[in-house]
Design a protein around this ligand. Structure first.
Ligand code: AKG
Ligand code: FE2
Length: 335
């Protein structure tokens, strides 16, 4: 019998390192995946040592959840320019996808869920970590409204130019004060789907100034071709560093800009992106929902970097159409 492969969060060296490689499945949970993943980021160029204060969230009265859910249903006025930008650049940042009220409500709920799951308070209770939770939509009606939102599902389908999208997963991501960079990557590595019609809606639950580490994108989309030959290395920061070097040598433009309240970015699975460290005292909380074209299949050989994908498409095998009960169609709305 062959031995079960070791996992990379127990960092392997020498002899053992050769027993494990990227083509093996990931066998730990999503949190362990993120704990490992952020160790692959080069943090040698820390911008400032001090954590800064950010303005508090606006203090406004919230409408009922029913009113917020209605807002998550109504279409967004997506323009041809938005779609062209997405296809050319691999991402688009859209303002006013959510109202300030909907952002505040989202943050309340995400803070509650993260606080319970990690037994901590947010905004300083824990430092330097990248916390993650997924599949919260299954038991939480508020999160469900944001994850299965027809407004967000329709934007995703229109950007991909496909008639219908399904949910791959929701991902609550909280980059805590002091946590370092997110390594350069494209998501194609992470999803076990045999299609490039995949988009992630990255929905901040507060404004994100530069010092909090907004998601940042290399453009245009085709820059992934410059770095295709760079081999992923799961043990150190060399992949991240080499990508940055190639982009610099080729004068690749990186869009790193703040997110205003209610602004949401949508990125394609071949879009290269990164995020700086969180140098503020507030948690950088985000809901990242990934959608894909209905009809897509699972790869014949999902890899370790695909994370614990079986959790998100239960009961499915490599090669199957990805359409489990955890992958509802989010657009068009099924009646
Ligand atoms: O939140 C981050 O820093 C990274 C998120 C990310 O890479 C993604 O949602 O695809
Ligand atoms: Fe990503």
């Amino acid at each position: 019998m062959t031995e079960k492969p070791e996992q990379p969060s127990t960092i392997l060296v020498g002899e053992n390192a050769r027993q494990s490689d990227v083509d093996q499945p990931w066998e730990q949970d999503n949190q362990a995946w993120w704990d490992w993943y952020v160790t692959l980021a080069d943090n040698s160029e820390q911008r400032t040592a001090e954590l800064s204060a950010v303005p508090p969230m606006p203090s406004i009265d919230l409408p009922s959840d029913a009113a917020i859910f209605e807002e998550l249903r109504v279409p967004y006025a997506l323009t041809r320019e938005h779609c062209e930008a997405f296809r050319r650049d691999g991402f688009v940042k859209l303002t006013n996808v959510l109202s300030p009220e909907a952002v505040i409500r989202l943050r309340q709920e995400l803070t509650k869920l993260l606080g319970e799951a990690f037994d901590t308070s947010l905004d300083g209770g824990v430092q330097d970590r990248f916390l993650s939770l997924e599949m919260a939509w299954l038991d939480n009606p508020v999160i469900k409204a944001y994850v299965l939102s027809p407004r967000i599902g329709r934007i995703s389908a229109e950007l991909l130019n496909v008639p219908s999208v399904r949910l791959y997963h929701d991902n609550i991501l909280s980059k805590e004060p002091g946590c370092g960079r997110t390594p350069w990557h494209y998501d194609d590595h992470h999803f076990p789907l045999a299609t490039n019609d995949v988009v992630t809606a990255w929905i901040p639950a507060q404004p994100i100034p530069i010092e909090m580490g907004p998601l940042s994108f290399a453009k245009p989309l085709s820059v992934f071709e410059l770095v295709e030959a760079i081999e992923f290395n799961k043990f150190d920061t060399s992949y991240d560093r080499q990508i940055a070097e190639v982009f610099k040598a080729n004068d690749v433009v990186v869009e790193e800009s703040p997110f205003e309240i209610g602004e949401v970015s949508f990125h394609h699975n071949l879009s290269f992106h990164t995020a700086a460290s969180n140098r503020t005292r507030q948690s950088r909380i985000v809901l990242a929902n990934t959608y894909y074209a209905d009809g897509a299949r699972i790869l014949d050989q999902p890899t370790m970097v695909s994370g614990d994908w079986q959790k998100f498409i239960p009961g499915a095998s490599p090669g199957d159409v990805a359409a489990s009960k955890l992958n509802p169609v989010c657009w068009p709305v099924e009646t």
